[in-house]
Design a binder for this molecule. Structure first.
Ligand SMILES: Nc1nc2c(ncn2[C@@H]2O[C@H](COP(=O)(O)OP(=O)(O)O)[C@@H](O)[C@H]2O)c(=O)[nH]1
Ligand SMILES: [Mg+2]
Length: 455
């Protein structure tokens, strides 16, 4: 199946100073466009990177010396004729090469259009296409691992196995549909229901990875909270390993919230430093406290910083009351100053760590604790366990789970087999949707719009 489409071109690498850049051209006219860029020279051999001089087809001016790779359909990333040009990087050369491609008959690619074509031509399923986007966006080893697993069809194969199991259940039920009056069917209805329950359990196991899996893409929000001057900004910098927040002895220095991505134990965190929790005096600081409140409302975990030897005050208690069930880690800061940690509020904390940015005490413990609090099931799970990383995947899997649940319920309630079996069909369709076997245009648009151009 090859889909008849325009020939598209784009710079596949990030803009800006760089030694190299890659320009991609895909579609029926890719070979023609390559010839235009090579002038009279013969086309390079298929799938063999070849150093060539590129010229401007308009006037024959040499644009660059580049390594050109020529792929013929269907043996290419997109499944179409495809040219990859590794030219010199920077602002100008890739733009000149792209312009030459456009002038020779290509049009600018839309975001994700190369991968979309790969999907349409059966080179990748939808989960694999999403994994490509996750790999490119990944800022943690754990998302990298989940995305590689999906790219290597780990999740797709699990979904295919579940679908095969449902088809097997459907087959077991066939006898009861064909001969509803007979009592001695080869497989009693109760055993069919048991098989259905088995699939239901497996779907639930897979779905259980979704809340943490989607957080792998977004990063868990860790908010540093506490009174001014308790060492929040110092801890923020220490966890980031760089001086991002201003640290001063003057209370109320951090007014806006600072946010940065950081990996802990291979998991992605969005670390947020906020203004202190206190009755602010100045207008700007009041705004800062408001910002802190808003971040706290979105936090996946809160680090409540308290000077060692000081108790939790009214200001903190009031804010913490708004946090609901969010895990709070009590951090006793400035541990090197030698105070004794006070025993207050025990039990309402998900953990307690004494830290010092001077000696480094407690930082490792904190980096170890946070992944366990937020990414619970994923911490220490086997590398080959498939992880659901997208809400789209989770929605389709949840639909399948609901239908299998309804199927089992119907059998238990004595609903006739041919009626119960419609739930199985609906569940199978939902599973096909996960890998995009039955995708409609809207789903594809939603999946590919978040790609960048050239992917
Ligand atoms: N001795 C010691 N001083 C610290 C430590 N952490 C922060 N401080 C000091 O406490 C003061 C307030 O720190 P800062 O990070 O700005 O606190 P924030 O207002 O909560 O952001 C600064 O003078 C820091 O140098 C620590 O672990 N040990
Ligand atoms: Mg601060």
């Amino acid at each position: 199946m090859s889909v008849e489409l325009d020939t598209i071109a784009a710079i596949a690498t990030a803009p800006g100073p760089a030694a190299l850049a890659v320009v991609r051209v895909s579609g029926r006219r890719a070979g023609e466009i390559l010839n235009a860029l090579l002038g009279q020279a013969a086309a390079p051999p298929v799938r063999a990177p070849t150093l060539r001089e590129l010229q401007d087809p308009a006037n024959g001016e040499v644009l660059d010396q580049a390594v050109v790779t020529w792929y013929q359909a269907p043996a290419s990333y997109t499944g179409e004729d495809l040219v990859e040009i590794s030219c010199h990087g920077g602002r100008l050369v890739p733009a000149l090469v792209l312009d030459a491609c456009l002038a020779s008959g290509a049009r600018m690619a839309e975001p994700g259009e190369f991968t979309r074509r790969a999907y349409l031509n059966g080179k990748l399923d939808l989960v694999q296409a999403e994994a490509v986007a996750d790999l490119v966006d990944a800022h943690s080893r754990r998302l990298h691992r989940a995305a590689m697993g999906q790219l290597e069809r780990g999740l797709s194969e699990r979904v295919a196995a579940l679908r095969a199991a449902l088809i097997h259940v459907e087959a077991l039920l066939a006898h009861h549909i064909d001969f509803p009056e007979e009592d001695d069917a080869p497989v009693p209805v109760e055993s069919v229901a048991e098989e259905g329950k088995g699939v239901l359990r497996q779907l639930e196991v897979l779905l259980a990875t979704a809340p943490e899996g989607t957080l792998l893409r977004e990063g868990a929000v860790v908010v540093l909270a506490g009174r001014p001057n308790t060492g929040k900004s110092s801890l923020y910098n220490a966890l980031l390993g760089e001086e991002r927040a201003i640290v001063t002895e003057e209370p109320g220095t951090t007014r806006d919230a600072l946010e940065a991505m950081v990996q802990m134990g291979g998991f992605p965190f969005r670390l947020v430093d906020t203004a202190g929790l206190r009755a602010a005096e100045g207008r700007v600081e009041k705004l800062g406290v408001e910002v802190a409140r808003r971040y706290l409302a979105r936090a996946d975990v809160v680090l409540l910083c308290v000077d060692v030897g000081t108790g939790v005050g009214e200001a903190e208690t009031e804010f913490l009351g708004e946090l609901g069930s969010r895990p709070i880690v009590r951090v006793d800061t400035k541990g090197d100053l030698g105070g004794d940690a006070l025993e207050d509020g025990e039990g309402c904390y998900a953990g307690r760590v004494r830290v010092s940015v001077v000696t480094g005490e407690g930082l490792g413990e904190l980096r170890d604790l946070l992944p366990r609090l937020v990414f619970r099931g994923l911490v220490g799970s086997a590398p080959d366990v498939p992880v659901v990383t997208r809400r789209r995947q989770a929605r389709a899997l949840a639909a399948a789970r609901d239908e299998v649940g309804a199927f089992v319920g119907a059998l238990d309630a004595g609903v006739p087999a041919e009626m119960a079996t419609t739930h199985l069909r609906a569940a199978e369709t939902a599973l096909e949707e996960v890998v995009g076997a039955v995708s409609v245009g809207e789903i594809l648009d939603a999946v590919f719009k978040e790609f960048c151009i050239g992917k």
